[in-house]
Design a protein around this ligand. Structure first.
Ligand SMILES: Nc1nc2c(ncn2[C@@H]2O[C@H](COP(=O)(O)OP(=O)(O)OP(=O)(O)O)[C@@H](O)[C@H]2O)c(=O)[nH]1
Ligand SMILES: [Mg+2]
Ligand SMILES: [Zn+2]
Length: 436
């Protein structure tokens, strides 16, 4: 790899250090999980000026996607459109740079990052006013999704969040994202910077925060028939390569449905890191001690079976040892009704390393002592598994309606949400390699 490439890359993002042995353009698509080469990605407009409107593909619900996949393309539109990925066509005027046509820099386009390198330079998305104004983005040639601009300078990692329905995933997402941005909740984990993508910021501020911050209402169940929106953030951890992390708040009902998991949620089992949320309300030890109104009806799937299934699928599909955090949600129930406590129920110490490993040991022991050894056993053979606990609400929701889902948030402090996130991110991060 010529030396100037490293220099230019470092100018782009001073935090990046490169491993000379790998293709610096190789990435994982945050949407489909496929391995892609940025040099083969077309550059497309994200602010469309095409008369026939942007993508000929709706992306609002699973049903729409199923229809689109089999949709016929008429011969007229074939001339005006370009297939950028299998079955995904865009109007010609929305394609700014097509690598299959232009192997070199377009004369009217941007000058590119590496102009002294004649073969396949990566066009710079910010180098040209027209491109900037039309929101130039690279598109994945496997799934057609427009890639975040940060992918040019960061590796992309998929972080899965799984668990049965009503386990506490959505409140965890809301609280953890708030903690890592508003109160620097990952500082203890050596995090020097977190930045949400614009669309993620919008998603959180429109769909999650008004209810929990302003009206203090409990959020409803996640719709199993809607495509969960990608939540993207870039993060810098000390001594690690900068990462772009993608996750989604998936409905437990959809995860429990094998057909959905294997089709539209297929990306979940390609995760580079997994958070599996365990609902303690399923533990007999807890059910015998909490007020009856907090008990939900029994689920159709046993959460330990789902954990084993997810662990097996993620490891078989990625073919690597994936860091997994098995985390007990609603840990306020263990504290308030079951008299259990430990480091996990207290405010964090300074060093995440000691803290995390001690909590892992404590939770394993606690699960065994209350008759939930099967959860610990389910993780045997998966080397990078860590046990954690959190409470996104800090206490019981205050039920104000006929069912438990109509409820207000309690006035208690959440417990250790950022820690679950920090633990999995630390497991996913790659140690920095020095540039020579
Ligand atoms: N006591 C207690 N209850 C909680 C806590 N977090 C969530 N709950 C309760 O659990 C219910 C489900 O939480 P969600 O975050 O919506 O669960 P989910 O896993 O996203 O559920 P699906 O979207 O159906 O998959 C909430 O409506 C609350 O009643 C917590 O920290 N403590
Ligand atoms: Mg949910
Ligand atoms: Zn893709």
């Amino acid at each position: 790899m010529p030396k100037f490439r490293n220099t230019l890359k470092k100018l782009l993002d001073p935090n990046i250090t490169l491993d000379n042995s790998k293709n610096i353009y190789a990435r994982t698509c945050p949407f489909c999980g496929d391995q892609i080469d940025l040099l083969r990605c077309p550059v497309v407009k994200s602010i469309s000026t095409a008369s026939s409107s942007a993508a000929l593909r709706s992306n609002t619900s699973f049903d729409d996607e199923a229809e689109d996949a089999g949709g016929a393309v008429d011969s007229d539109s074939k001339d005006k459109d370009v297939e950028i990925a299998p079955g995904i066509r865009l109007p010609k005027e929305d394609i700014l740079w097509d690598p299959s046509v232009e192997r070199k820099q377009p004369s009217s386009g941007p000058t590119g990052l590496f102009t002294t390198e004649a073969a396949n330079p990566l066009p710079d998305l910010f180098d040209n006013n027209e491109w900037y104004k039309s929101g130039a983005r690279r598109a994945c040639y496997s799934c057609g999704e427009k890639l975040p601009v940060e992918i040019d300078t960061r590796s992309c990692q998929l972080m899965g969040i799984a668990g049965v329905n009503r386990a506490g995933k959505t409140h965890f997402v809301a609280q953890a994202f708030r903690e890592i941005t508003a109160s620097n909740g990952l500082e203890r984990f050596g995090c020097t910077r977190v930045k949400l993508s614009e669309s993620t910021g919008r998603e959180l501020y429109q769909k999650y925060y008004p209810a929990i911050l302003d009206s203090r209402q409990v959020l409803g169940p996640t719709d199993p028939n809607q495509t969960p929106q990608p939540l993207l953030f870039s993060i810098d951890l000390t001594d690690c390569e900068p990462m772009l992390v993608m996750t989604r708040d998936i409905s437990g009902e959809a995860i429990m449905d094998e057909n959905k998991r294997r089709s539209i949620l297929e990306f979940l089992t390609r995760s580079d890191g997994l958070i599996f949320v365990i609902d303690p309300i399923e533990f007999n030890f807890v059910r015998e001690r909490v007020p009856q109104e907090l008990l939900l009806g029994r689920r159709s799937v046993n959460q330990v079976d789902l954990l084993q299934q997810c662990l097996m699928e993620v490891h078989r599909r990625t073919n690597k040892s994936v860091p997994v955090v098995v985390t007990i949600s609603k840990c306020d129930l263990l504290i308030n009704y079951c008299g259990l406590s430990g480091l996990w129920s207290k405010p964090p110490l300074d060093s995440w390393q000691n803290d995390t490993f001690e909590i892992d040991r404590e939770i394993r022991e606690m699960l065994i002592s209350i008759g939930e050894e099967s959860i610990v056993k389910a993780t045997q053979g998966y080397a990078k598994t860590y046990f954690q606990a959190f409470s996104a609400l800090g206490g019981d929701p205050i039920i104000t309606g006929p069912t438990a889902s109509v409820a207000r948030l309690p006035n208690s402090d959440p417990i250790r949400c950022a820690d679950t996130l920090g633990t999995v991110l630390r497991g996913m991060a790659t140690k920095t390699q020095t540039v020579r």
